[in-house]
Design a protein around this ligand. Sequence first.
Ligand code: MN
Length: 293
Amino acid sequence: MTKTADDRARSRLLQLLVLAAAACISIPGCAFVGQPSVPESNAPTDLRRPASTPAIAQLPFGNPSNATNDPANEDNFLIVRDSSVISYNNRRGTANWIAWRTTRRDLGGSIARPLFEPDPDLPDDFRRIGYYDYSGSGYDRGHLVPAADRFGNPDQFRQTFFMTNIVPQTGDLNQFPWEKFESYARSLVYRGNELYTISGVYGDAGRLRNKITVPTNCWKVIVVFGRGQRVDTITNVTRIIAVDMPNADGIEDVPWERYKTTVRAIEERTGFDLFRSLPRDIQDRIETRADGN
Ligand code: MN
């Protein structure tokens, strides 16, 4: 588990590449989701290259909240790892959102659960959220990236137990509709698809130990691609499943499908701009259509 110097250098490089991508988002005409109309000369080589890096692979459709890795940006602080990208909110004590990719290689047989642990990549002056901050609260330690989405890689599996990947969820949400949607998503991967997922929270249903905001809602948006499909081939007919679930008791029998919604509705409730690197007309089409409609 010890990080080597190479790992650290690589991790730093990935972070820089994602920052370059984030900067790119604010440049008109510059997008990582390939836009053949952008002339090569207008796109610096070092800004285009990240399109194929693992870090960008977790967040190919843009940074929904313009998160940055400036520690002063404590409510929208960007953490980039090779298996996920996080916007962390130090005031909430949880992520705003986290994005990741799931392929067949990421799945596998169940492995022993590690301990939950504080995220080692948070700035020193951020509040330290630990396992015990949830104890006795009545809330589950709900994973955003499901542990089972990372059985295939022990180090990445361990990262799903970092507290930045955890939000307070009711047992009824965590163990029923939320879990069932996670399982459904993995079934899509087993059937030959690759998923780009972004998931987060909003709303304030109280505080745990005056450190952690309990969300009123947990949301998730999954882009379903065929195996090996390039991210720049997303179109208005690409399957996108958006759900917005209440963090409530008494929903253990509610099918997850009942919580399908549109990306646009999630954007309106969170203030984030999902798919922001796509042209506005494509966003207008894919964000206003619920799955199955
Ligand atoms: Mn959008």
